[in-house]
Design a protein. Sequence first.
Length: 276
Amino acid sequence: MGTRVVPETLKEMKHQSDPITMLTCYDFPTALFQEAAGVDVIFVGDSVGINILGYQGPQQVTMHDMLHHTRAVRRGVSNALLLSDLPYGSYATSDTAAANSQCLVDAGAEAVKLEGGDRVLEAISGIISKGIPVVGHLGHTPQTREGTRRVYGDRAEEANSLLDGSLALERAGVIAIVLECVPERIARLVSERLEIPTIGIGSGRGCDGQVLVSPDLLGLNDFVFRYSKRYGDLSATITQAFSQFVEEVKGHRYPGKDHRYLIKADELRKFEDLIG
Ligand code: KIV
């Protein structure tokens, strides 16, 4: 039994300069693998839409989708903090944000994440008033900036609003902020100015933790973002295994002698008598 990661752990890790690890997770077996690897935050991201459900973009993801996948992941998580995304449109008002967050918590989430700065401050206060920890998300925010993968914060004005937004989220009480596709120097400066940790994706080495989208890391997607790193080539492994199965069945090489169940000779004779 390892140590449980709770919301307060993230801040402690920042202050101990212990980098926070976070990965997206959409199903039970992957949650078990991530637990075994010691991932700190197991995250049911709305990237489930593109990576698992075959949607065109994050805006198609529903609360129903997030609840279904949060429940599956919950069954595999024991020590990590289970974080779930609030999908597009689910936190438009403070009341809906609080109600939908409660649904995610009932499904097993221990904290929820939403995208945006000033415009989500009311939603955040609604969620926190229910005692639910919130993680913010700034920089590139896929729910509202669909299609573009551009760096956010590489212009002085943008960088300034990113810093202001981060400080506003911290004042509002979020436990951490995901910084997506922010130039390294800006992400580092923001991280230094905050008491709460930043968790970067495509934001360089100055963040207090790193998050990646698991199918990217595992090599399941053809397209690899510049910031991402492939730690495996599951696409090749899976393609090879499926093709070999098809070949062996078509070629009468599977199943073989080792893959069958036997019946004793006297039982077989009895059966043959029974059917005449
Ligand atoms: O849903 C997701 O995968 C995310 C990551 C990009 C952090 O929000």
